[in-house]
Design a protein around this ligand. Structure first.
Ligand SMILES: NC(=O)c1ccc[n+]([C@@H]2O[C@H](COP(=O)([O-])OP(=O)(O)OC[C@H]3O[C@@H](n4cnc5c(N)ncnc54)[C@H](OP(=O)(O)O)[C@@H]3O)[C@@H](O)[C@H]2O)c1
Length: 329
């Protein structure tokens, strides 16, 4: 079968290679999944550079890239119970390939009619759900969402708007997407308003300040946003796209009752447990509705991987317009 593989750590634009590898055979408790598609997430790039914490580490040489995707179960290994023909979302390893053999406990089974391109995005959907719920923001509260045109933030904003939160979307440059369609009430273009973001937010919130900051950027922007937070606000830090650091004084945090909380996807380290199924079902129901938008910026065959990876890895400010996706079958 064909797979996108890397033998050494490095930049995804430099170390990946498409080659023929042995089709996997499902071991005990595993199923063989025929891949339909696989998204290109920023997390895939962290994995290739070995930036994820243990145990999410590549096994070299010959690690198949890609950690997310959608497929159909086509064969059961001994002891596996998922029925052949089941549509599954994969959040594991080895997805930029034609087939993957995966322990079934790691798979999220989906209704057969669930749109496969949304199924590919279950990880950012669950992440978005967790950070919105974790923010503890209540109906009518203002929240700030950074890197607002990233696929993840597009989901965060839709889920937040669904809960009646008032979203201030921050982008480093206005994208072609209309972020108001994704739930943003106000969009701040930092290429225009970057120096004055704090006073803009004070004005927008009529001095009330923001109750939560859902941040994937960091750097001086995060410090500016923290200066506009209301007492008791929460910062959820789930990405670090800026190479810059931020600087705060202790008083900025403790005198403002601020909580800064990290978020790492809940199933990176342990598979979903049955008690989580009802939450996952709620997310499937909301995301499966036609009104919930999961835009795709580009669809690529596996042999177009160089273009696919380049387009998602080093974007020009304002150029993101949805998720890049390998269409495998
Ligand atoms: N903690 C977790 O479990 C978890 C889960 C999912 C995602 N994430 C994080 O969420 C973030 C978005 O991921 P994604 O896959 O959804 O992204 P994506 O759709 O591939 O889009 C990338 C986004 O990053 C923005 N960006 C890139 N470099 C930037 C910089 N230096 N400053 C500000 N913005 C920058 C781009 O904006 P332009 O259009 O302006 O280029 C674009 O909006 C990443 O940090 C990812 O690691 C974390």
């Amino acid at each position: 079968m064909q797979a996108i593989v890397f033998d050494k750590l490095g930049l995804p634009t430099e170390v990946l290679e498409l080659r023929d590898v042995k089709k996997p055979v499902p071991a005990r408790g595993q199923v063989l999944v025929k891949m339909l598609n696989a998204p290109i997430n920023q997390g895939d790039f962290l994995f290739i550079q070995n930036l994820y914490p243990e145990p999410k580490k590549p096994s070299l040489p010959g690690q198949i890239a890609g950690n997310y995707g959608t497929g159909i179960v086509i064969e059961k290994g001994p002891g596996a119970s998922l029925a052949e023909g089941t549509l599954v979302s994969i959040i594991y390893y080895n997805t930029w390939a034609e087939y993957a053999a995966i322990a079934e406990e790691w798979l999220i089974p989906l209704p057969s009619g669930f749109p496969p391109e949304k199924a590919a995005q279950m990880m950012p959907l669950i992440t978005a759900w967790d950070v919105v719920e974790g923010s503890k923001a209540k109906r009518g509260d203002w929240i700030a969402v950074t890197a607002a045109n990233s696929a993840n933030a597009l989901f965060i904003m839709q889920l937040a708007a669904h809960k009646g939160l008032r979203v201030i979307a921050l982008v480093r440059k206005l994208p072609s997407l209309n972020l108001h369609e994704f739930g943003a009430e106000v969009v701040i273009d930092l290429s225009l308003d970057g120096d004055d973001v704090s006073s803009r937010i004070r004005e927008i919130t009529a001095g009330k300040g923001i109750s939560a900051i859902l941040d994937a950027v960091g750097g001086p922007l995060l410090a500016d946003l923290i200066h506009t937070a209301s007492f008791g606000a929460k910062v959820i830090m789930y990405g670090g796209l800026s190479e810059q650091r931020f600087q705060l004084h202790n008083n900025d945090i403790y005198l403002n009752g601020l909580t800064i909380e990290p978020y790492i996807y809940r199933h990176f380290f342990t598979p979903p447990v049955p008690e989580e199924r009802s939450t996952i079902q709620k997310i499937i129901d909301i995301a499966g509705a036609p009104s919930f938008i999961a835009p795709i910026s580009g669809r690529y065959k596996l042999d177009e991987y160089k273009t696919a990876v380049r387009n998602s890895f080093s974007s020009t400010p304002g150029s993101s317009s949805g998720k890049g996706l390998f269409i495998i079958d």
